[in-house]
Design a protein around this ligand. Structure first.
Ligand SMILES: Cc1cc2nc3c(=O)[nH]c(=O)nc-3n(C[C@H](O)[C@H](O)[C@H](O)COP(=O)(O)O)c2cc1C
Ligand SMILES: C=C(O[C@@H]1CC(C(=O)O)=C[C@@H](OP(=O)(O)O)[C@H]1O)C(=O)O
Length: 384
């Protein structure tokens, strides 16, 4: 399974082509749109999220609700396009009053992108480097999620930290945990931390500043055996870390115990193996569900660190690329904090990566064939 995405932040639409989804798979369009809706929520986002109401329209690869086994095209309209038609016209001359963006924002793609692609107007960079594209990642991830759900695999994300506020993670049933995060304005399961996070976002907004944070993604119900140690690019841990660092502003990824493994002796890191009730069992999950680049049947647990939003309403020092004179960086309409949204994008890219590895292991042209391969492997595992 693979995808390509396209589209500018203020262009007419975003597009994704998803290839390799087996045939005869039922696609739930409301399910896709629900994931897009979730990405738009979260305290700290800017005015753009009030303009948009993301919906995925499918124009190929699905007939009467079921996949054909051929490429699926997904479109997401940019409602804001109507305000940008002249400035973002595909053909014709630039309008006379066009204000070019020439003062790169530290932390954004502006300077490196303008120099690399020889753009004088930084808008030509920011339109595509913008995290608006994460809507397409969520749409692709939503297709992947629907495949995983058919096999009892669930993927869920929640916010652990925003700025200096860290959530206390309570021990509670998984379903309650998910419900709590879903109901929280910052996707945080700790109500005390949630209030402190909101206060800190407000403070940053008033100060013209921005905030980052960390989120955790948990995937349950995975079979043993996704990914491989055979080649570096087949390792599931590397693929998941790459997927998370493959979208805007993610600067660090930890799996399981993460960086703590460096501090502890082996006896306090590795998960002992037991054989009980006819199966192999673990009592701990320091490995975060992956050993040797392969899923080991335990929940996969990954955390990602998001840097603060680069556009500051109280801008940082920069340089005008036309005059080389010192200037404050340009201000583009912006979010103050997008960690809750990033957690939803994180879920989506994890769904995608897991579904991709799943379909490599249980490959089939039709959904029925995938299911037969899965059932037969699960029966085989019972015999080991
Ligand atoms: C969901 C989400 C929303 C974002 N919103 C903004 C924003 O409003 N303004 C901004 O300057 N950066 C925003 N960013 C971050 C930039 O897109 C990102 O920092 C930039 O593209 C540079 O890429 P890098 O951080 O990976 O180096 C957002 C990121 C995500 C994931
Ligand atoms: C549009 C989205 O996020 C955008 C990501 C973003 C950036 O620089 O990454 C800048 C902002 O764009 P705008 O200036 O149009 O408000 C965000 O709103 C979205 O998440 O759908």
């Amino acid at each position: 399974m693979r995808y390509l995405t396209a589209g500018e932040s203020h262009g007419p639409e975003l597009t994704a082509i998803v290839d390799g989804v087996p045939s005869q798979f039922p696609i739930d369009q409301d399910g896709l749109n629900h994931q897009l809706y979730r990405r738009q929520q979260g305290y700290g986002r800017g005015y753009r999220m009030k303009i948009e109401s993301d919906q995925a329209t499918i124009t190929s690869g699905v007939r009467f609700g079921k996949t054909l086994g051929t490429p699926i095209t997904l479109h997401i309209t940019n409602r804001d396009w109507k305000n940008w038609q002249e400035k973002m016209a595909v053909f014709g001359e630039p309008p006379e009053n066009l204000a070019e963006v020439t003062k790169p924002r530290p932390g954004h793609a502006d300077l490196a992108g303008a120099l690399k692609y020889d753009h004088k107007d930084i808008r030509n960079v920011l339109e595509r480097s913008s995290a608006r594209n994460t809507a397409t990642l969520v749409a692709c991830g939503a297709v992947a999620r629907q495949i995983l759900e058919q096999f009892g695999i669930r993927v869920f994300g929640h916010v652990v930290r925003i700025g200096s506020v860290v959530a206390d993670i309570p021990d509670m049933p998984f379903v309650t945990f998910m419900e709590r995060a879903e109901a929280s304005e910052v996707r945080c399961v700790d109500p005390t931390a949630e209030q402190a996070m909101i206060a800190q976002i407000e403070q940053a907004k008033n100060d013209g500043d921005t905030l980052g944070g960390t989120f955790e993604i948990i995937a349950t119900g995975l079979p043993i055996g996704l990914g491989s140690y055979a080649q570096p690019d087949q390792r599931l841990d590397g693929r998941l870390a790459g997927a998370l660092m493959g979208f805007q502003a993610i600067k660090g990824v930890e799996i399981g115990m993460g960086f703590e493994v460096a501090e502890r002796p082996g006896s306090q890191v590795h998960d002992e193996i037991f054989y009980q009730e006819g199966m192999y069992q673990r009592r701990t999950n320091g490995a975060g569900g992956i050993e040797g680049g392969i899923s080991n049947g335990q929940p996969i647990v990954i955390r990602a660190a998001m840097k603060p939003i680069p556009t500051l309403y109280k801008p940082l020092q920069s340089v005008d690329m036309n005059t080389k004179e010192p200037y404050l960086a340009s201000i583009e309409r912006s979010d103050t904090c997008a960690v809750p949204a990033a957690a939803v994008v994180g879920e989506a890219v994890v769904c995608w990566t897991l579904a991709q590895a799943f379909l490599e292991k249980f490959a089939g042209d039709s959904f029925g064939e995938v299911k037969r391969n899965y059932d037969s492997y699960m029966a085989y595992l019972q015999s080991r």
